[in-house]
Write a protein that binds this ligand. Structure first.
Ligand code: G3H
Length: 488
């Protein structure tokens, strides 16, 4: 696919400037060497500022502007969009597999989950609107309180959920009456091309503007303009901080950020071992560990660590590797070209500091695929203990006192979720209270995850800012405004 169209001012324009190639690591020849998939425009400051102008105009143009349109009209646009989007399911699912190597099952889930997310957001928005119809009266003053948009949002999504997480930002932002400029992630970019027309046909001019190019070239001038009211980004804190710093009034910018995490599992001596191992397997290796919610370190009590290690390592080596469309495939090549080398560095560093691979296949390489390595014992001296690996390497830390994982979590820069495995309620209850003050979600006898999407998705410290979910995202992208009067 040689994508050339982009969406600005409600028009699908044709790009005739420089382009960059898009590669896949999936190959029908099973060499897993990069395969050319197509190309996308490499845009720059001029296009970025044009898109910004379009979004600002659509927000500010007065009567009939997007934020002042009737709620039911905005909802109708969104419904039109989702209906057109559904027609593109097969194309988008195929591109998810080719571009980022996500399995067929997970690619279909990503698409369907996104459709559900949009419908649920529409329903939640209707409820929000019904609530806003009520008047309040305090001390003789009547108030009609409602939720209004923030303004213009710059929206940047991640490569691991290029459709779902990007839309989890964009959709609530738009339906609340904001306008947006959106640049897809570097990997998972071509899958936006079948959807461009759906956006163009569904929304008024300038409400959504879609650009392609490098983040630095496109996002930087938009931030530096100071005309953005919110930065919505799922990715890493380094990029979020750099972008935020470019805004001349960064302290008044609304930040809706989903960032790194180092979610631990804590396995207590009385845990149901088979269930725990299955949950830890899915938690660490679903989509090769490329999830912010992935389990990234396993603390296992010394009483059971030997049995855990042996069974867990055997299950890792029994996973099926292949192309995303192969039945039952769990492990696939990684879309980021430098990722296997980085994972290898973490493995080498851990080996040099005393850890061993528990699984025979750990670290085996085929081009951009690397077999997950289970490392034991992991210690504080190792890079994999601290760094968010975002890939297939699993450190296991043995512990005897619960304070050991708790102290680590308290000292960590991250605070998204934890998984706690055990049975005794008198042990679990006080622990849950402590853990809930260190992270934002405690998963009892189950792995960490974002969904179901009605639940709040956020984190403490460097893991997040604001809250996403069907319900919370509408609040994250809005502000309470009201009309007050002494007369009813
Ligand atoms: O990468 C971070 C995602 O929010 C993970 O979502 O738990 O649904 O896979 P998930």
């Amino acid at each position: 696919i040689h994508a050339r169209s982009y969406l600005v001012h409600g028009e699908l324009l044709e790009w005739d400037g420089p382009c960059s190639e898009v590669y896949s690591t999936i190959s029908s020849t099973e060499t897993y060497a990069p395969t050319l998939l197509g190309s996308i425009p490499t845009m720059g400051e001029a296009e970025a500022l044009d898109a910004l102008d379009a979004a600002c105009k659509a927000y500010n143009k007065g009567k009939g502007a997007w934020p002042t349109m009737k709620v039911q009209d905005r909802i109708a646009c969104m419904e039109r969009f989702v209906a057109l989007m559904i027609e593109k399911r097969d194309e988008v699912v195929k591109l998810l597999m080719w571009e980022i190597g996500k399995s067929l099952l997970d690619s279909e889930k990503e698409f369907d989950r996104t459709v559900d997310y949009i419908y649920d957001t529409i329903e939640d928005y209707k409820q929000l609107d019904r609530d806003a119809a009520k008047f309040e009266k305090h001390d003789g003053v009547y108030a009609h309180i409602r939720r209004g948009p923030l303004g213009v949002v710059l929206c940047l999504g991640p490569y691991n959920y290029p459709l779902n997480e990007t839309f989890a930002l964009l959709i609530p932002a738009i339906i609340m009456g904001n306008t947006a400029i959106f640049k897809p992630a570097k990997h998972g970019v071509l899958l936006m091309t079948p959807l461009l027309e759906a956006f163009q046909k569904s929304f008024p001019k300038g409400v959504i503007n879609i650009l392609f190019g490098r983040g630095r070239a496109v996002a930087a001038p938009i931030m530096a303009s100071g005309r953005i009211d919110a930065l919505a980004l799922i990715g890493n804190s380094k990029s979020a901080n750099a972008l935020q710093a470019q805004h001349p009034k960064s302290n008044r910018l609304r930040l809706v950020l989903g960032l790194e995490a180092k979610n631990p599992a804590i396995v207590l001596p009385d845990a149901d071992l088979d269930l725990t191992i299955d949950e830890c397997l899915a938690g660490t290796l679903s989509f090769n560990g490329q999830r912010c919610t992935a389990l990234k370190v396993l603390y296992v009590h010394t009483d059971i660590v030997e049995e855990f290690n042996q069974k867990f390592a055997a299950k890792v080596d029994a996973l099926k590797f292949g192309n995303p469309w192969d039945a039952g495939v769990k492990l696939t090549p990684l879309p980021e070209p430098g990722k296997p080398d980085y994972i290898q560095e973490l493995i080498d560093d851990a080996h040099a500091k005393g850890a061993k691979n528990l699984n025979a296949k750990g670290g085996e390489r085929t081009e951009n695929f690397i077999w997950p390595a289970v490392l034991f014992p992991a210690t504080k001296a190792m890079r994999v203990y601290e760094e968010e690996q975002f890939g297939p390497v699993i450190p296991i830390v043995p512990f005897t006192e619960i304070d050991e994982p708790l102290d680590d979590m308290a000292a960590s820069n991250y605070g998204q979720q934890v998984s706690l495995f055990g049975k005794d309620v008198y042990t679990l209850a006080p622990l849950i209270d402590t853990l809930a003050n260190l992270v934002c979600r405690v998963n009892l006898n189950s792995s960490c995850q974002r969904g179901p999407d009605v639940y709040p998705f956020t984190g403490r410290k460097d893991s997040a800012q604001s809250t996403l979910s069907v319900h919370d995202a509408l609040r994250s992208f809005s502000i309470r405004t009201f009309v007050a009067s002494k007369d009813n």
